[in-house]
Design a protein around this ligand. Structure first.
Ligand code: HOZ
Length: 429
């Protein structure tokens, strides 16, 4: 596969952009080689600067549930662009998106729009601390909630992929307020809350972990989180930046029937443009300025282009059958992956909830940070590069999720499975 143009762009990029990328997960550091520079995407396929085409299972790290450049979204955004791209003043579009979100997500009564998932989680944390008057927070090992200081502790995503557990620059006294627990460990949760519950402002969790690869919640885990936090007056925050509108119209809380106090959203509700949001009960949300004293703001918050894309995305997602179709396609793909793995004589464990999935090169049951870390990352590296050579674009890390879209066709899936069979044999050696 020719990569000369991407290689040359990467050399230039490194002169002007730290590490040549604007987010570390884009570098191919965990898999060797250099990132591909993408020039266009259409449907389930992307094309790089050398003209190579790939079937894409990264989907911009999750948001593109209707693939690249969906005509309905492109048209709506183009129309809005003619009317103006940013006002820094309210628009009716913001009401429309907020209303759609509030109607779909069970725990949300009111919602504040921001510009990224990181902004959503850091703002929700500040609100929780302001609302409860407490400092301590709890998160789970391997969950990633964006890169704000309080949350970059034992984090997943790029921190895990690049092996950077201790981030310099974070004030030690602040990091000490973040308590971490093993994901899915009900006993550890109950123990911590029985001793320190009344000092904890919030517990934040990805209801389906998606930033250490996909780790589904074990039965009862989310229910216990709800029970212990309610008992201690601690706010339960679901980080649904990945799962919101991906696993169900209304997110993981709809799927599992567990209602948090606050929910963070991003990705899909921006339809591929920069959006984040956090919402919950009005009584809590009213503590944010201007009604309350907890300050949070943003020039581009509720940006008309991003909000327009989000509205169209939710319109597309509310058509009948979308989630059933995603489920069927994802099931078919992952079933085929399993068959290929058997045939190749490779050891792997699979996880999937709806259209988000992972294949870990380990024989361990996948329940936590500790179990995902047993994966053979050397084998993953060879597998990733073999898949790329075959024209299949997956995340360049063992510890990231794969995403199916509504526009992957049966032919795309067949081609992926044939390619994966060959890639596994090559990677296995
Ligand atoms: N949650 C995404 C990856 N797990 C974030 C993408 C990024 O950091 O650029």
């Amino acid at each position: 596969m020719k990569r000369t143009r991407s290689e040359s762009l990467f050399q230039t990029a490194q002169q002007y952009i730290p590490g040549g990328v604007n987010s570390p997960v884009r570098a191919f550091k965990a898999v060797g080689g250099n990132p591909l520079f993408i020039v266009k995407g259409k449907g389930a396929r992307i094309t790089d600067a050398d003209g190579n085409e790939f079937i894409d299972y990264v989907a911009s790290w999750g948001p593109l549930i209707f693939g690249h450049a969906h005509p309905q979204i492109v048209e709506a955004v183009s129309t809005q662009a003619q009317l103006g791209t940013s006002f820094g003043a309210p628009t009716e579009l913001e009401i429309e998106l907020a209303q759609k979100v509030a109607e779909a997500v069970p725990s949300i009564e009111t919602v504040r729009l921001v510009s990224s998932g990181t902004e959503a989680t850091l703002s929700a944390l500040r609100l929780a601390r302001g609302f409860t008057g407490r400092d301590k927070i709890v998160k789970f090992e391997g969950c990633y909630h964006g890169h704000s200081d309080s949350l970059l502790v034992k984090a997943g995503s790029g921190v895990l992929s690049l092996g950077l557990p201790d981030c310099p620059g974070i004030v030690n006294d602040l990091a000490k307020k973040t308590l971490t627990l093993p994901y899915n460990d009900i006993n550890a949760v109950e123990e911590l809350f029985s001793s320190l519950g009344k000092e904890i402002a919030c517990l934040i969790v990805e209801p389906i972990a998606g930033n250490m690869g996909v780790v589904p919640p074990q039965p009862g885990f989310l229910e216990v989180l709800r029970k212990v936090t309610a008992r201690s007056g601690t706010l339960l925050i679901f980080d649904e930046v990945i799962t919101g509108f991906r696993v169900a119209f209304g997110g993981a809380q709809k799927l599992y029937g567990v209602s948090p106090d606050l929910t963070c959203l991003g990705k899909i509700i921006g339809g591929g443009l920069p959006v984040g949001a956090y919402g919950g009960k009005k009584e809590i949300m009213d503590h944010i300025a201007p009604t309350g004293a907890v300050y949070q703001a943003g020039t581009l918050s509720g940006n008309p282009l991003a909000v327009t894309a989000g509205i169209e995305m939710l319109n597309l997602l509310s058509q009948p059958g979308v989630y059933d179709d995603l489920e069927k396609k994802s099931e078919r793909l992952c079933h085929g992956f399993k068959e290929n793995v058997k045939q190749a004589g490779v050891t792997a464990t699979f996880t999937r909830v709806g259209s988000m999935f992972s294949m870990f090169f380990t024989d361990q049951e996948i329940v936590s940070f500790e179990s995902v870390k047993t994966s053979d990352t050397h084998l993953f590296k060879r597998y990733f590069n073999a898949m790329l050579e075959e024209g299949i674009y997956i995340a360049p890390s063992q510890f990231e999720a794969g995403f199916m879209s509504a526009v992957h066709t049966d032919e795309d899936i067949d081609a992926t499975l044939a390619a994966q069979g060959r890639a596994l044999k090559k990677a296995r050696g």
